[in-house]
Design a protein around this ligand. Structure first.
Ligand SMILES: O=C(CO)[C@H](O)[C@H](O)COP(=O)(O)O
Ligand SMILES: [Fe+2]
Length: 224
């Protein structure tokens, strides 16, 4: 199973509805919320994500790069977001927050910055629906893929398989037609791509090409 989630961080913010309609073959639309606090960049908040939820035909994969997630993440679940991912670095009680998100009907994701170890969360994998291993420092699109995050991704993949739990493994940052194979090989099944999709002349064709690149690689040697 391979999921391709285009990030609208690379879309045209004044033509978002048009750009949302340009990716019909995607699985989810990835929505990056930044507060200029947790990361040094600012995008949009609850009101905007509510409107995206209203007009999008794809389910929302919300990535919160904000502080105060205990307060704010449940609000995104209440909007009807399919999945809400908060950063591990932004809360002292990730399991409690994940339970709250699930109780509100959303999937619960936990994200790890490149320098954040996975070990503290590996015993609680069943509490989450998704682990996002960041492959860039969060905050900006268009950055280069950090291959040094791959051992951590593999570690999470091994722990998920050993526990026999259904947790999606997402990568986000610098995913393109070549790095998607590297991340697939290390165990990712859910791929966020911003500039690789919206920088293409035909974004939907690029979604298909990314999916094929991941699947083709999987056939050739992927064993997870
Ligand atoms: O969370 C993010 C940045 O913090 C974005 O989802 C990510 O960077 C996507 O952009 P690109 O594919 O261009 O790297
Ligand atoms: Fe993201």
């Amino acid at each position: 199973m391979v999921r391709i989630n285009p990030s609208i961080l690379a879309a045209d913010f004044v033509n978002l509805q048009r750009d949302l309609a340009r990716i019909p073959s995607a699985d989810f639309v990835h929505v990056d919320v930044m507060d200029n606090h947790f990361v040094p960049n600012l995008t949009f908040g609850l009101q905007m994500v509510g409107r995206i939820q209203d007009v999008s035909s794809l389910p929302l994969d919300v990535h919160l790069m904000i502080d105060d997630v205990d307060r704010w993440a449940p609000e995104y679940a209440k909007l009807g977001a399919f999945s809400v991912t908060f950063h591990a670095e932004a809360t002292d009680a990730p399991v409690d927050l994940a339970r709250r998100l699930r109780s509100l009907g959303s999937r619960a994701g936990i994200a790890l910055k490149p320098g954040t170890p996975a070990e503290p969360y590996l015993d609680d994998l069943a509490e989450f629906d998704q682990v996002l291993v960041m492959t860039v420092e969060p905050g900006f699109g268009g950055q280069g893929f950090l291959a040094e995050t791959m051992p951590k991704l593999q570690q999470v993949r091994d722990a998920v398989d050993a526990a026999g739990v259904d947790v999606w493994l997402q990568v986000d940052g610098g995913i393109d037609l070549s790095t998607i194979a590297v991340a697939r090989d290390a165990g990712a099944d859910t791929f966020v791509a911003g500039s690789a999709v919206y920088g293409a002349a035909d974004p939907d064709l690029r979604v298909s090409a990314l999916r094929e690149a991941a699947l083709r690689h999987g056939e050739q040697g992927h064993t997870h």
